[in-house]
Design a protein around this ligand. Structure first.
Ligand SMILES: [Zn+2]
Ligand SMILES: [Zn+2]
Length: 275
């Protein structure tokens, strides 16, 4: 899964070691260039690499016309099927691993926030018990999803005999770009990670309102009202020299940990390194 695709995204994908990864779905928040201008290049690179797996693209109206217009002008095509899905409130994508919902943002053009959740909180496989029961590593994913199993010798194994309840399902929300909108706190209720844009600091709140963006304090207010476990900030205006100020300001409204987003960051790893 990929959330937005600004210029340089394929370079970042390579830098973080995901070059060979097959993304099943790309979610586009809106059609401003900093969120979508990397997409034509990424999709054509996958064609050069011989991708055949179908891809789902979710985004605002106009996304399909944007990409197909480029293909038409350059007489290009993709080596795989692309299914376009126009974002609307509610569930926009679902497979056996994740369920993704969309919610409108408040920006200068049509824009969407996304919430990604694991469909089933994975159960924890008791390795020794599973192996003793005759199961193999290939069976573990199915066990994590709560299913019963059958050994190669045809002996049924009940899920509860070899698994324990797992950690809570991973939930995250991605909200960019948007003005302060209290309804977004309901949409993001209880997530492990909330990414909320904070283009400005509070002293430029009027500018934020005018341009359809948020301040760090407003991002903190949404995170606090949502009860998010961790807030990740990003989309900073280049006018600010000290990005640490964003975390300080967000923490005036939010009591949880705040991470200042940067290129190549792994928020999950960074969060687990914090006290
Ligand atoms: Zn924008
Ligand atoms: Zn933007």
């Amino acid at each position: 899964m990929l959330l937005d695709c600004g210029e340089g995204t394929q370079i970042r994908i390579r830098e973080v070691g995901l070059r060979g990864a097959t993304f099943d779905v790309i979610l586009i928040s809106h059609l401003h260039g900093d969120h979508v201008f990397g997409l034509p290049g990424l999709l054509s690179s996958w064609t050069l690499q011989g991708r055949t797996k179908p891809l789902t693209l979710v985004g605002p109206r106009g996304l399909e016309a944007f990409l197909c217009g480029i293909n038409a002008a350059s007489q290009g095509s993709w080596s795989y099927l692309v299914a376009f899905r126009v974002a609307e409130p509610g569930v926009v994508f679902e497979n056996e691993d994740v369920r993704i919902a969309a919610h409108p943002l408040v920006h200068r053009i049509e824009a969407w926030g996304y919430r990604v959740g694991e469909v089933v909180a994975p159960r924890r496989v008791r390795y020794e018990a599973a192996v003793a029961a005759g199961l193999e590593h290939a069976d573990f994913r199915s066990l994590q999803l709560g299913r019963d199993a059958v050994t190669r010798g045809g002996i049924p194994v009940r899920n509860a005999e070899v698994t324990d309840p797992g950690r809570p399902g991973f939930q995250m929300a991605y909200l960019s770009d948007t003005s302060y909108a209290p309804a977004l706190a309901d949409f993001a209720q209880g997530v492990s990670f909330l990414y909320h844009e904070s283009t400005y600091l509070d002293r430029h709140a009027a500018l934020a309102q005018k341009t359809g963006h948020s301040t760090a304090r407003q991002a903190g207010q949404i995170a606090q009202a949502a009860g998010a476990n961790c807030l990740v900030l990003g989309h900073f205006s280049q006018r600010y020299a000290q990005l640490a100020d964003f975390a300080t300001e967000a923490n005036e409204a939010y009591s949880g940990p705040v991470l200042v987003g940067r290129s190549g960051m792994n928020p999950v790893a960074e969060r687990s390194n914090q006290p």
